[in-house]
Design a protein around this ligand. Structure first.
Ligand code: VG1
Ligand code: CO
Length: 543
């Protein structure tokens, strides 16, 4: 085997964000850009010699090219074996499962998740470690440091391998196994959920629509929901992954999955509606006439998880990202289990899951998952919902209303201001940060402020610290406003404002969310001067 060592020079912008390195496709297409990042990654992984690397992606434009590059570079960098999804496809949770199931060294997932695809869209590369979870910050920091000083990358001169057929290939002495992307994942789901009960519910006439948004979950949802669970053909729509996701944003929210929302609010609504994102780790849950916010969904899943066989013995604990609403905290409190509050991004759940301190995790951004893998998992959440519906024999709306009547409701919304000028967004955050001590001392608009800080997190397992994770202003009635800058956007800055207010169990639970939060929304604008700073009258996306 002849390894080719190619001279290169560093790029200064290869710092991974909330979930890997994300840039425009055209940016990744610069000569050596992909190679530099992958080599920086490999250089930061001691002990990789002879080990197995999992590679897959969400099928977006450029996926096939980068997979071939990654395979050749893995061979040149001493890996013993690569496992790659057929057609280059692996959802993020399926990749996590395959890494764990086959004791792989780690995995590369090619995705920019919910960001749009196509030649003018976004691309991304993320690395997952041997626990199946997103690389911890100490790894991503090392990769970034390496990318700043890289002088060469290593590859081999071999032809592209055929990813279309399941089978084993040889690439310069390294074995490449093309695997069925769905089979192992579907088998795992079957161990967690009561497939018979769910299938019986479908057989009795239960109807559903799952929108795969032309992204990676199509083949998974078709195999599991229509195949194993017997839902009617056509239950899964937009089920073929397309390189440009059909021109849409594969982001399952009320803006980009509006058709699903409209259907679920119409007289023709099926019993249950769901969607997932580009790489299959997010979920959107909508019942007949009832949208379930991701924060509520986390709380509801945690409160009812014991109804599914995989969680029958109860939960060890619950973790949520800091901006996620406190609805799950109330469930944890009632169950008498611990609740952990982590920074945004799934990588911060890894240690808690590995050490068995939590079973279920969630983020307000439509991510929920459990210790079955080390990623959030869109289809898993959908299947747990189906299992709960089958066990409780109630509709989504009824279950949600009962939950609020028991625990109270955390009215919750996120306002995103996208593609804002970077300097203005940073200045907004800096100025707000300096105001925090005064808010704590004097209150805000007659309200008592009990918390005003820049969130930092001490990992209870490895003692690592993450600072600067979002500005929080908490009031004495449980209301809260949080400000963060996104770490996944690729153009300008995205300001996220998270607004939450608690309504007790005997309160008014069915108000319009934006109306119920109107006072706090106005307060958020006033305290951070959002409209003036962003030059926007209204958020780009409200979820
Ligand atoms: C966003 C979400 C965060 C999520 C991340 C990756 O990050 O807020 O909760 O973990 O996307 O999700 P940010 O930094 O833009 O707020 V995925 O499905 O895009 O990999
Ligand atoms: Co995603």
């Amino acid at each position: 085997m002849s390894i080719r060592t190619v001279a290169t020079t560093p790029f200064s912008d290869q710092k991974p964000g909330t979930s890997g390195l994300r840039k425009r496709v055209t940016h990744f297409q610069q000569p050596n850009y992909v190679e530099n990042f992958i080599q920086s990654l490999f250089d930061s992984l001691p002990g990789r010699e002879g080990q197995t690397l999992v590679i897959g992606g969400d099928g977006r434009y450029f996926n096939d090219t980068v997979i071939q590059i990654a395979i050749r570079m893995a061979a040149a960098n001493g890996f013993g074996k690569v496992m790659v999804g057929q057609g280059g496809i692996l959802s993020t949770p399926a990749a996590s499962h395959i890494i764990r199931h086959y004791n792989a060294f780690g995995g590369i997932v090619l995705s920019a998740s919910h960001n749009p695809g196509g030649p003018d869209g976004d691309f991304g590369i993320k690395y997952n470690a041997s626990n199946g979870g997103p690389a911890a910050e100490k790894i991503t920091d090392a990769v970034y440091a390496r990318s700043m000083e890289i002088t060469r990358y290593k590859s081999v001169d071999t032809p592209d391998i055929d990813l279309g057929q399941i089978g084993v290939h040889d690439v310069a002495g390294m074995s490449v196994e093309v695997v069925d992307p769905v089979a192992d994942y579907a088998a795992l789901m079957e161990t967690l959920f009561d497939f018979n009960a769910i299938a019986a519910m479908f057989a009795a006439g239960f109807t559903m629509r799952f929108d795969a948004m032309h992204a990676v979950t199509g083949p998974y949802a078709k195999a599991i929901i229509e195949g194993r669970l017997g839902a009617a053909e056509g239950t899964v729509i937009n089920g073929v992954p397309l390189p440009d996701f059909g021109g849409g944003h594969p982001d399952p929210n009320l803006v980009h999955a509006k058709d699903l929302y409209d259907l679920m609010m119409s007289p023709d609504a099926p019993d249950f509606g769901a969607a997932s994102d580009g790489d299959g780790d997010r979920n959107l849950i909508i019942g007949k006439d009832r949208f379930v916010t991701p924060s509520d969904s986390l709380a509801l899943l945690a409160a009812n998880a014991h109804l599914a066989p995989g969680y029958a013995k109860g939960l060890a604990g619950i973790a949520r990202s800091m901006p996620t609403s406190a609805a799950a905290d109330r469930v944890a409190h009632r169950l008498g289990i611990a609740l952990y509050e982590t920074p945004t991004g799934w990588k911060f759940f890894g240690n808690l899951l590995d050490s068995g301190q939590v079973t279920i995790c969630g983020e307000e951004s439509a991510g929920t998952g459990s210790d079955h893998v080390r990623e959030k998992d869109g289809l898993w959440a959908v299947l747990l919902w189906l299992n709960i519906l089958a066990a409780r024999k109630q509709g989504v709306d009824e279950i949600v209303l009962e939950h609020w009547a028991t625990y109270g409701r955390n009215y919750y919304s996120r306002h995103d201001y996208e593609e804002v000028d970077v300097d203005n967004a940073k200045a907004l955050m800096t100025d707000l940060r300096t105001k925090l001590p005064a808010l704590l001392a004097n209150g805000l608009d007659g309200r008592k402020v009990i918390l005003a800080d820049d969130f930092s997190y001490n990992d209870p397992v490895d003692g690592s610290t993450a600072t600067g994770q979002g500005l929080r202003i908490g009031f004495d009635d449980g209301s809260r406003i949080v400000f963060r800058l996104s770490g996944t956007g690729t153009v300008g800055a995205t300001l996220r404002v998270y607004i939450e207010r608690f309504e007790p169990s005997d309160g008014m639970h069915d108000r319009d969310t934006q109306e119920a939060l109107a006072d706090l929304i106005a307060l958020a604008d006033a305290v951070a001067d959002i409209k003036a700073r962003t030059g926007r009258d209204a958020p780009t996306v409200i979820t």
